[in-house]
Design a binder for this molecule. Structure first.
Ligand SMILES: C[S@@+](CC[C@H](N)C(=O)[O-])C[C@H]1O[C@@H](n2cnc3c(N)ncnc32)[C@H](O)[C@@H]1O
Length: 289
């Protein structure tokens, strides 16, 4: 197992459920409500073990997940929630070697997740109108070691994107319907498009724009995540949850010639599930039968 090195990020969990994230720096120390942990106590040893504060209190030292890192990202304004990011990565087919355009960069949460998915051979082209946001995003992306895979551009995307023939485009801006021609010019025919909006009014404007330009396979979705208290003797949901984050809209960019991609709706989704239920591969998949 690899030993923790200077610069590595470490997640520390206390027995009362408190979480601390630290970047290992020789000579520094983490001060907690249960005592002090010197970074040197972690350096040069593998994670996945218990360390003790100077008061003898135990902490679990773990490698953080991308989820752990994103929820602690330094931010100015709203970032995408990890539950929406994870599903969007699948819907955009964001994988190794893909070239993906996104805007606005914001604090860089989505850019980090995209770069994490396409590296080391792919590339993310991220556009942001505001210089201050771009600077914050650059720091955040660099802090995660992903800057080599992200090209940041300060621009209002009304002026369009520099890239053509990319695999996918994702927009997290207030009025995505204003930029669909720019998306079409950047993405290859039949490529992946996604956007997220916080209100239903914005969904309607986006749908009208997508249909006018000829995007296909349009889907509107919403993800609800309900955490549970992990107590075997009285298992039940937590009292409060984040009831609304945003609506997700996905589509395929207009295809060449006369080809028409069918719009997907509840009927198409049901048909897809029925197909899956008939095939061997659906066994144990967790999909409804
Ligand atoms: C909600 S934030 C994006 C958050 C980002 N997805 C994240 O996960 O950190 C929206 C960003 O879009 C930028 N923006 C809005 N309209 C824009 C435009 N026309 N061109 C470029 N950036 C734009 C804003 O400045 C803002 O920083």
């Amino acid at each position: 197992m690899a030993e923790a090195q200077p610069g590595d990020l470490v997640l520390l969990l206390s027995s009362d459920g408190k979480r601390f994230m630290l970047r290992l720096t020789p000579g520094e120390a983490l001060h907690t409500h249960r005592g002090v942990i010197p970074h040197d106590a972690l350096l040069g040893t593998p994670l996945g073990r218990t360390v003790h504060t100077h008061l003898g209190q135990p902490f679990l030292a773990l490698e953080p997940s991308l989820h752990d890192l994103l929820i602690r990202l330094r931010r100015a304004g709203q970032i995408m929630y990890p539950k929406d990011i994870g599903y969007t990565l699948l819907k955009l087919n964001a994988g190794r070697g893909k070239r993906i355009v996104e805007a606005g960069t914001g604090s860089g949460a989505m850019a980090i997740a995209l770069a994490h998915s396409v590296c080391p051979t792919g590339r993310i082209y991220s556009y942001e109108a505001r210089e201050d946001m771009l600077n914050l995003a650059r720091k955040n992306i660099e802090g995660h070691g992903l800057l080599p895979y992200v090209e940041l551009t300060q621009r209002d995307i009304h002026e369009g994107f520099d890239q053509t023939d990319v695999d996918a485009c994702f927009l997290d801006v207030r009025e995505p319907w204003e930029y669909l021609e720019q998306v079409r010019a950047a993405v290859k025919p039949g490529g992946f498009f996604g956007t997220l909006v916080p209100t239903t009014n914005q969904i309607v404007d986006t749908l009208v724009g997508l249909q006018r330009i000829g995007f296909g396979a349009i889907e509107v979705e919403e993800l609800l995540l309900r955490p549970y208290k992990p107590v075997p003797g009285r298992l039940r949901p937590v009292d409060r949850m984040v009831a609304h984050t945003a609506y997700l809209i996905f589509a395929r960019t207009p295809t060449v010639g006369e080809a028409v991609l069918p719009a997907e709706g509840p009927a198409a989704a049901e048909a897809e599930r029925d197909e899956g239920a008939d095939s061997d591969s659906s066994e144990g998949s967790g999909l409804p039968e």
